[in-house]
Every structure is written in C-alpha cells, then in structure tokens.
Write a protein that binds this ligand. Sequence first.
Ligand code: HEM
Length: 502
Amino acid sequence: MAWLTAILCATLLFLLLLLWLQPSTKGLPPGPKGLPLVGNLFDLLRYNPIEYFTLLSKEYGPIFSIQFGLRRVVVITSRHWMQQAFVRHADTFTNRPHGTVMHFIGGGKGVVMTEGQAWRDSRRLLTLVLKEFGVGSSKIEDYIGLELPEFIETLKKEVGKPIEIHPDLATSVLNIVWHMFAGERFKTGDPFLKWMVTSIERTANLINQGSFLNFVPLVQFIGTFLRPRAFQVLFSLVYRMMYFNGVIRQHRKQLDDPTKNMDLVFAFLREQKKIEEAHQAPGIFTDSQLRWLLSDLFVAGLDTSVSAMRWALLFIVKHPRVADKLRDEILQVVGHDRKPCLSDRETMPYMEAFISETLRYSVVVPIITHAPSHDANLGPYIIPAGTMVITNLHGALHDPNVWENPSEFRPERFLTPEGKFFKDENLVPFSIGRRSCVGESLARAEIFLFLTTILHTFELKPGVDPLPPLSYVDGLFLHPQPYKIILELQQPRHRPREPEKA
Ligand code: HEM
C-alpha cells in the first residue's frame, strides 16, 4: 500500500511540476495550447515551420502565440503587425532571442546577433562605411562594375552548354563584398574564393532555421552539431577567422599609408586607433568584434543576393514571355552600344517590377527573429521582455488577403495600368524598422546590374527538361531547386517588338 501512495504522490508532484513549468499565456496573442512540456513541437514533425506558421495564421490571424517546449513564442505574419512592433515600438523590438543556435554561433558579437550599444555602434559604423562606398548612390557601380566584365567573359566560355550558373555568380558576388570590406580582389575561379563561397554557404545551411529542430530549446544544439558536416563547418569557421586575423594584421601595418583605399577594415582600425590614443574604453572596437563583423557580413551578404539572382534566372527560363519583355525593355533603354547602368533603373519599370516579384515570390530570408528588450504592449497584447518573436516573412509575402493569387509569378502586379512601376508597401523582403537589412541598397544594385547585364549579353534557355518546380529548398535562406541553363549570345539584330495590344 505504501508503494501505491508513493507512486500517486510522485505522479501528483510531476503533474504539479508540469503545470508550474507551463509558460504563461496571459496577455499573449491567442494560439494553440499544445501538450504539457513539449507544446506544439510535434506539429513541426508534420509540417515545415513556414507551412505550419502559415496554417496557424489562417486559424488564429496574423499574430498568434505558440508553445515550443517550455517557451511561449509569438509569431507575426503580416506587414501590419511588423509595423506595430518594428516601427511603432522601434526602440523595444531591437533585441534578438537568446538561447538559439544563431546566438551561440554568432558569439553575441558582430552585428546580426548583437544587442544594445554594441549593436547600435556596429550598425552605425557599417552604415557609414557602406555610404562611403557609394551604396545608395551610383558610386556603388564602380565596385560591381569591376566584377561584371570578368563574370560575363567566364560565362561566354560556356555558351551553348547546359551550366549551373550558381558557382560563377557566387564567386563574383563574394568578390564585390570582399573588395569593399577587406580591400582585396581575387581572380574569378581563384581556389580561395571558391573555398570561401562553399564555407559560407555551408555555415548558412548549418544554422538552418527551416529545420524544425531549430525551434526546440537545447535539442536544437544537438540537431545542429550532430549534423554530418557540422565539424567541417566549424573547422572552416575557425579557418575563416584566422584568415580575417591575417587581413587585420596586414591592414594594421598599412594604416597610415595614404595610398591605400578605404575599406571596412581600415575604417574600423582607424576608429580603434583614435580610441586607443584617447585612452578610452574600446567598446566594439576590438579585433574579435571586427572578425565577427566580417564573418556576419559575408554570411548575410553572399547567399542572399546570389539566391535571389538564381530565382530570377529560373523565372526567366520558366516564363519566356517575361524574358521577352525584359529583353525588349533592355534593348529599348540600353541598346547595343553601351552596357546597362544603375541609372537605367528609372526607365526600366518592367525590370523593377520583375525584381520586386522575384523578391516577393522567393522570400530569400523566410523567417526572422526578434525579442523585445522590455515588456511591450502590442495592440491589446503584452509581450514580455525576451520573448522570441518570429516573423514569417514568407507568410506575409504570400498572404492571399494581400496578394492576388500569391503563388502565381506575375511582375505586372507591381505595374500601374499605364505600365509605371509602383512600390507596394506590403513588399518587405528586407524587413522593416531599425533592424531591417543593412545591405538592401547593395543587394538591389547587384541584382539589377547582374540581371540586366546577363540579359543584355545572353539569351537564356532551359538546360534541363523539365525544369524543376518553383518550390524552395529549405534553409536559413531559401534557394530554388538546382537547375541548369543554356546561354546563347544575344543577336544584335534583335529588335523590340511592338507593345502588346490591351
Ligand atoms: C536579396 C538579398 C537580401 C535579402 C532578401 C536580405 C534580407 C534580410 C532580412 C530579412 C534581414 C533581417 C532583418 C530583421 O531582423 O528585421 C536582414 C538582415 C541583415 N542583412 Fe540582409 N538581405 C539581403 C542582402 C544583404 C546583403 C548584400 C548584405 C551585406 C552587406 C546584408 C547584410 C545584412 C545584415 C548585416 C543584417 C543584420 C542587420 C541587423 O541585425 O541590424 N544583407 N537581411
């Protein structure tokens, strides 16, 4: 009898403990309760997070809460609630959730995962340096323009063959950021550049937010670090950091050399020197912070733009009528006697609409996470400090209440009946508010110049039959399914056809 009482007491205690451990839902947006301890985690075995969040938003609306283990998480799936949180409460929603793999790998340094003063200082420096390079003005063309001719010449050698354009594209895009941030340029095809691209892409794959394990506290670490490539990725991260160390050392030696061009490392080290000379506390200006800043920029700035361009090229070969319209516009605006330039953007409404639709459809960065720095009132809800706030950008950019037939690829949705391009405020692939993408202008300039130059030089045809469907490969960044294209040199005879009759 005594053992029966002991079992009953233990069960009762266990149930009480479960109740005590259940996170409070008081004041939070509505959402499924889930099971004790595990919450709604098992649902993520059936659906991927993007599908799951989208499904729940149909039931609970564009803001809801959900339980991952013992953590109650808020999910936002609309521009309206992003505006409420990231713009109206801009000062509050600038932190990142703790206890995640991203936070662990980022080491709380750099820019993507930092908070408070360190984040503000890093972001300010970065914005200043990007401005100095001409990001946001036509000066940026000088950097992108250095890569394009070599990239096009490399592609010309592949004319007529089915090729995967991804590796050449990635090395060229990496060279642009590398040049801006570390002051070096590599030759296309350089083995170090290729290694760097693979190493950065693997890091992004390892920190895979698309995988359900990444939402499970603690288990996410096992899920991440027990992956077959985890050690390879960590090893290359260490090697990358050592390489950055060498770059920093080299820059420090040349700090007073007036003939050296500005780059991010010089800007950072000059600031560091000023602070040292004034005997002030270093703040963010330490070598370790600089290494993480570089690492962040390469991860955030490479795979994203490259993936967007890979999607764009797939849409072009999948939709020959769209390709015709793009080519006609390029021919009309640029002609054959010069190369496309950034100022052409103003007179290329169809290309602008095409890029907008590419960014909407592909949602290269599908899920982002924030955390309020203190308890925040969001409409009728109270979001406690530190709560993980997930934004399902994919859901917001494919919401049928906002976008007509969202799974249809239709650049015309960004054109007025007169054919003018208009900016739709619901298009938020770079997020909004103080933490929105710092590289948006650079990414937009890269995408425009690469696409127009490729289409100005080549005609694109499918390199595989059939081409893959327009579904994404899961990951931190969403990629299209792998595909091949065939490039043919554009014939100078090609003339724009008459505009289609309405
Ligand atoms: C198509 C290309 C790109 C897309 C769709 C994209 C999208 C995004 C998104 C959605 C965020 C998260 C914003 C938030 O948390 O609210 C972000 C952050 C960031 N992006 Fe981009 N990005 C792109 C290209 C770039 C490039 C080229 C760079 C490099 C210069 C870059 C650097 C960053 C950085 C540093 C952050 C972190 C900002 C912070 O935490 O304050 N991105 N990006």
